[in-house]
Ligand binder design. Sequence first.
Ligand code: NAD
Ligand code: MLT
Length: 309
Amino acid sequence: MKVLVSDPVSQAGVDILRQEFTVDVRAKLSAEELLRVIPDYDALVVRSETKVTKAVIEAAVNLKIIGRAGVGVDNIDVEAATQKGIIVVNAPEGNTVAATEHTMAMMLALARNVPQAHASMKQKEWQRGKFIGVEMRGKVLGILGLGRIGTGVAKRALAMEMDVIAYDPFIGTGHAKALGIELAETEEIFSKADFITLHLPLTPETRNLINRDTFARMKKGVRIINCARGGIINEADLTEAIKAGIVAGAAIDVFGKEPVEPDNPLLTVDRVVLTPHLGASTAEAQVGVAVDVARGIAAALRGEPVATA
Ligand code: NAD
Ligand code: MLT
């Protein structure tokens, strides 16, 4: 059987697949090239760059399984795959710690103006008065999405003595109670939170969830962190809210269009901390997700049961 790996994934995952299958690693295929080659393959491994559209799935006459070396499957048309009997698996846990820690790094960098101060020093400046930050202790952190990463962020925020509230319609109060935090409705989070961090999937329901109307209902001076998915926040509206002083700053790892284009409005404001989708980019996480997804694919191609995304 043949496996196509169409995005860069750790060699550890490729090695597992090569023990049993023929594996071609071909990153940066254009959409047309992917359509042309996909009929040859029984399995496809992607990260987030490859878009597995309905057209790709229709052209994939031999495909049995698509593996996503990460959590979000929003770059895969799961419905089209399911209709065609193609299994979609992901690696839901391998990058949880990496994304959790990146969220904390972004929150702290935002609170203390770390990138701006660093850039200033590189300009040979010494501006101690310009970069006064805020403390996390005693601040209200609102978490939208209390899954794996949201939970990891809650635990770390509690250790920093923040007051944590979270909204997740699919999580019971027992989980929140065990963590030592309160569940709240979105309106309560918008009105109380000093920091809001997003940890939910991009779905038709969550697309554009944070927009001009929701910013208008937030506490003035709120800081926003998004290490979940671009598209959940309306970037033009966020830029306006920063300019209007409603939002004191934002730390953003994920964007509506990636790679970010030069006309992205967030590039025009100073009070932002931006990283190029680095949430899962640790050595440990990249091995973790590649190994998990390779094991899932190998099991499925052997005809063994696997957990679908
Ligand atoms: P998860 O599935 O464990 O948690 C997601 C949570 O969101 C679930 O508890 C679910 O109930 C909740 N949810 C779903 N719809 C919701 C809604 N409308 N309102 C509130 N909550 C809702 O996933 P996770 O591993 O915690 O990942 C969270 C997000 O982070 C995903 O979007 C994932 O793709 C993204 N992610 C990004 C990076 C990165 O590199 N920046 C790395 C890993 C994961
Ligand atoms: C994920 O959903 O797992 C992340 O966005 C990480 C990635 O794309 O590598």
